[in-house]
Each structure stands twice: as structure tokens, then as C-alpha cells.
Write a protein that binds this ligand. Structure first.
Ligand SMILES: [Fe+2]
Length: 219
């Protein structure tokens, strides 16, 4: 599959711009420095939906990773296979203006705006690669896949990190959501120090809005 850039409509550009401006502004104080630096390096702009081809040229030069277009959620095995080949799955569609804040499945704003900046970081991609390799090794073992999925969920999607004594966001599920960004650092959120054992024993639900229900682990 390829990104069909000609198919983007005016509303798609408006949605990208609205979300981009809103989140960049909100994340200046709350996102991890590594994410913010990655965002600068990858050079996303409010007025342009990123072209995967250009994003991949940059990623290739920096970490040898690349985006691969997928239609939506993909099977675990395919996901782990992609990661272990230094490929990150991403959708190309954008949410509608009428549902800026709730999505049943990740769209391109989540997959690209929130995930790609960290794909410029050598340490982060090493971690992703490791998860992918483990997943591929144990894909026949449902219990192992479940544990790996939980690790992915509480780090790559909803992780927090302590940077110079301040809590910062690096999880893409938070970075792409206005509500999660505000909530995860607030007094209402439940946070724990990073604890692999605890993460692996903690269930999560993807089918409900995460806000107020999610635990955050601090690296
Ligand atoms: Fe994601």
C-alpha cells in the first residue's frame, strides 16, 4: 500500500492543521525533550500533511527505520514482524472534524504526529526493535504476546518519563490526545514508578476512552 496524497481533501488538511497547532502548543511544556527534538528534526508543519516518502528519507538517514502504510489495526504477528524489520505501521487517513477528540482506531495524526518523532531516536528504536524481535520469537505463545502487548501499551503508547525531575510525556496515545495530555500529568491520574512486573500483570482496555481509567508508569 502507498500513501495516495492526491486523495486528501480540504477537510483533511484542516484537521491536520487544527490538531497540529493545538497539540504542538500544548506539548511544549509537557512532552519529553526527545520527542520535541524529534518533532523538529522530522520537520512536520501545520499546513502540510506529511508525505511518507519524505518522512522515510529522513528516518532512513537517522535510524534506518521507515513507515509502512497499513489500512488499520493489524494482526500481532504482522506487527511484530514489521518492528523487527525496522518498519513502523501507519495509517494514511485522518479523522473528521466532527470527531476530533474521539477515535475508535488510530488515524494518521496518531500514527505519524505522535509516533514518528521518537523514531528518530536511536535508543527508542532499539527498544522497539527488541520488542518486535521478542514478539516474533513468541508469536505462537498467546500469554507471551499478551505480556509484550502490555509492555508496549504502558511505554510506547502511554508512557511518562522523568526528565530533570519533571514528568514528561513520551507515549503516543497521550501525545496525540488533548484530553490525555492534560489528564496524565494532573492530580486525577494514577501513576507508578516503572515496574515491569506490575506492567505485565496489569490489564488494559483498548475499547474505552482511556482518560481516568489508565495507569501511567514513569521511567
Ligand atoms: Fe499507537
Amino acid at each position: 500500500m502507498q500513501q495516495d496524497y492526491e486523495r486528501y481533501e480540504v477537510e483533511d488538511f484542516e484537521v491536520w492543521q487544527l490538531l497540529f497547532i493545538r497539540q504542538v502548543q500544548q506539548l511544549q511544556k509537557s512532552a519529553s525533550v526527545t520527542y520535541l527534538e524529534g518533532l523538529k528534526t522530522i520537520d512536520f508543519r501545520a499546513d502540510k500533511i506529511p508525505r511518507f516518502k519524505k518522512v522515510n528519507e529522513k528516518l532512513q538517514a537517522l535510524t534506518q527505520w521507515e513507515l509502512v502504510v497499513v489500512p488499520g489495526l493489524i494482526p500481532d504477528r504482522t506487527f511484530f514482524e514489521l518492528l523487527s524489520n525496522q518498519k513502523f505501521p501507519a495509517t494514511t487517513w485522518l479523522r473528521k472534524k466532527s470527531s476530533l477528540d474521539y477515535l475508535e482506531e488510530p488515524d494518521m495524526f496518531h500514527d505519524v504526529f505522535a509516533h514518528v518523532p521518537l523514531l528518530t531516536d536511536v535508543f527508542f528504536v532499539k527498544f522497539l526493535l527488541g520488542l518486535g524481535q521478542l514478539g516474533l520469537t513468541y508469536f505462537n505463545n498467546a500469554a507471551a504476546v499478551e505480556l509484550l502487548t502490555r509492555i508496549y501499551w504502558f511505554t510506547v503508547e502511554f508512557g511518562l518519563i522523568r526528565e530533570q525531575r519533571q514528568l514528561k510525556i513520551y507515549g503516543a496515545g497521550i501525545l496525540s490526545s488533548l484530553g490525555e495530555t492534560a489528564h496524565c500529568l494532573s492530580e486525577e491520574a494514577t501513576r507508578f514508578e516503572f515496574d515491569l512486573e506490575r506492567i505485565m500483570h496489569l490489564d488494559f482496555r483498548k475499547d474505552v476512552f482511556q482518560e481516568c481509567l489508565l495507569y501511567h508508569f514513569i521511567l
